[in-house]
Design a protein around this ligand. Structure first.
Ligand code: SAH
Ligand code: SF4
Ligand code: F3S
Length: 571
């Protein structure tokens, strides 16, 4: 292992990107000793110590590495995942990389040798949760060091967006952290962890222009789950003025179509019934390794973009077509889609394929054109509403979901009211509502003032939530009497009832019972089954139903589309 003395120029250059650091109390003395060692270099004797003859040398038993580094292969990892679905998908990539290196996974803290915390930096609140978790892990690490198991030292690694945002500062602030790895350096994790075995800290926060982990087959954390996530792209080029993501995840890049389709097929073979394609802006997806389509991405009237339109390659509509064709009995969802990149081709694919979810995430962020301009979203309230109309026309019965921020820099009460009226007008089936949180590095941080007082943000947030709940209750009540196709996911812990999700990703609960199956018999329901369920009661966040019969996506929609489901006759 290369040790670079801290005072050298090489170290300084290196530490900007990927660094290993010594952090013992007598750093200067140790550095001196190590420097001398490096200068002297190991002699041949050190390489052959312990070997009797070359033929008895175990390839894993590398004599010049300390034994602790060699045993790193059997360590148990405990994952803590915070943030968005992208983090969940990244954790499965990390797990795949570590599993390949011989690590094991545990869900019991006491068994763990390594804690890997997949972090989020989107709002201050997200980071507070992680600091809180670190308080706990610091205590755990100290207790282990003082216990009879002190030979099994605990290592703490911070991965993901907060790691990328704070870089080395994380270790300066929280001394118990051993490894810091940004979203593009997960391949380096085995090496970073090995470095910590000799008491050093290791940092790699290098962002990449082309890393998509396309060749890493993710290992699912929950092998029994009938749903899965697939990252189809990484990074974001949009630079919304409030958002930290372009700084933590780097430039946008798409994963090749072939590797995505292969992964979908692999998941279908494992019995997965629903996949969600993930990206910060999935509809700007482009597989430029393919040169079949020459036309640039078309931006609809009333929308603008901060980056040059992409040319050539396969577009999101092409990917969606291919992915939904892998298995007509697998439900396909995707998130997040930026309103500025919603071409008609995508809408056509969605409406023509019964297995593509009919809930579209169209994050508005605000209902005020003035605020949207300051947010650099690239559309006005009017353009957004026009898009909603176009989507509703192209995909009958479509459900919409959104993200909304209140209290952004300079937002007046009147501008906030426009967000409320937009929510009234659009009838969202799901909404993720946030009070604005200023993030360093963003354009808003440099250009605007975070001038909406915290209590005003809180009050506006409460009002958004209240309106959203009221609207959802009404929307859901309108479903009573209709029949939905529900994918069974599991059971509700408290009541033992069956829980699944309908085409709009709404939670539907119902009692376990034997119902008619496709083969003419009767059987109970289990995770992975598609079941026709008649809705009999509704709350803002959950529907209650009566299961009618087992079905398949193809069979359920053989004669009737989702938009016409009210016409469906009960089985
Ligand atoms: N790429 C996705 C969003 C990813 S971040 C998209 O464009 O939809 C998820 C959500 O967090 C954003 O949609 C936004 O509503 C919210 N968000 C981002 N930065 C924020 C901030 N600084 N304060 C509050 N909410 C924020
Ligand atoms: Fe952030 Fe905007 Fe990119 Fe979404 S599209 S990740 S909100 S910069
Ligand atoms: Fe958070 Fe990073 Fe996702 S900041 S929301 S984990 S992309």
């Amino acid at each position: 292992m290369l040790f670079i003395p801290r005072s050298s120029r090489l170290f300084r250059v290196f530490s900007n990107y990927a660094s290993v650091r010594c952090r013992c109390s007598s750093t200067a003395t140790r550095l001196d000793t190590l420097k001398k060692k490096v200068e002297k270099g190991p002699d041949l004797k050190e390489f052959i110590t312990g070997t009797t003859s070359p033929t008895t040398l175990d390839p894993l038993d590398i004599p010049y590495l300390p034994s602790s580094v060699k045993t790193v292969r059997k360590q148990k990892v405990y994952f803590d995942v915070y943030g968005c679905q992208m983090n969940l998908s990244d954790t499965e990539i990390v797990w795949s990389i570590l599993k390949n290196e011989g690590f094991e996974k545990t869900e019991i803290e006491e068994e763990a040798d390594v804690f890997l915390v997949m972090t989020c930096a989107i709002r201050e609140g997200a980071e507070s949760k992680i600091w809180h978790r670190l308080d706990h892990l610091r205590g755990f690490k100290r207790r282990r060091a003082n216990s009879k198991h002190k030979d099994r030292q605990v290592k703490i690694g911070l991965l993901g967006c907060m790691a990328e945002r704070l870089k080395e500062k994380l270790i300066e602030k929280e001394k118990s952290v051993d490894v810091v790895a940004g979203p593009d350096s997960y391949r380096d994790l085995p090496r970073l962890l090995a470095v910590t075995e000799s008491g050093q800290t290791a940092v790699n926060v290098l962002l990449s222009l082309d890393e998509t982990y396309a060749d890493v087959v993710p290992v699912r954390l929950n092998q029994d789950s009938v749903t899965a996530f697939i990252s189809i792209m990484r990074g974001c080029d949009n630079m919304c003025t409030y958002c930290i993501v372009p700084f933590t995840r780097g430039r946008e890049r798409s994963r090749p179509v072939a590797s995505i389709v292969d992964e979908v097929r692999h998941l279908a073979d494992q019995g997965v019934k629903e996949v969600t394609l993930l990206g910060q802006n999935v509809n700007s997806y482009r597989d430029t390794s393919q040169h079949t389509i020459k036309e640039p991405t078309r931006i609809a009237k009333g929308f603008t973009t901060v980056y040059k339109n992409k040319q050539g390659g396969l577009r999101f509509a092409d990917l969606l077509e291919k992915v939904s064709a892998v298995d007509p009995e697998m439900r396909i969802r995707f998130t997040a889609a930026h309103p500025k990149d919603f071409p008609d081709e995508v809408l056509q694919v969605i409406s023509s394929r019964p297995n593509i979810s009919k809930l579209l995430h169209l994050p508005a962020q605000s209902g005020s054109s003035a605020v949207l301009l300051r947010m650099r979203r690239g559309y006005s309230r009017e353009a957004y509403l026009e898009l909603v109309g176009r989507v509703r026309e192209a995909v009958p019965g479509v459900g919409l979901s959104t993200d909304m921020i209140c209290g952004f820099c300079g937002e007046t009460e009147a501008q906030f009211q426009e967000t409320l009226t937009l929510m009234e007008l659009v009838d969202y089936h799901a909404a993720f509502l946030f009070p604005y949180s200023m993030r360093e590095k963003t354009t808003a941080y440099r250009r605007y003032k975070d001038d909406v007082p915290e209590e005003v943000k809180k009050d506006r947030h409460n009002r958004m939530v209240e309106l959203y709940r009221r609207k959802c209750q009404a929307l859901n009540e309108a479903e009573i009497g209709l029949t939905h196709l529900v994918l069974v996911e599991g059971t509700v812990k408290k009541t033992g009832q069956i829980m699944g999700r309908n085409e709009l990703y709404l939670k539907v609960v119902f009692d376990q019972t034997e119902i008619p199956s496709e083969d003419g018999g009767k059987r109970c329901m289990k995770p992975g089954d598609f079941v026709a369920v008649k809705i009999v009661a509704a709350r803002a966040s959950v529907l209650t139903g009566v299961p009618l019969f087992h079905s398949s996506i193809t069979e359920f929609y053989r004669h009737i589309s989702w938009g016409d489901r009210a016409l469906r006759v009960d089985g």
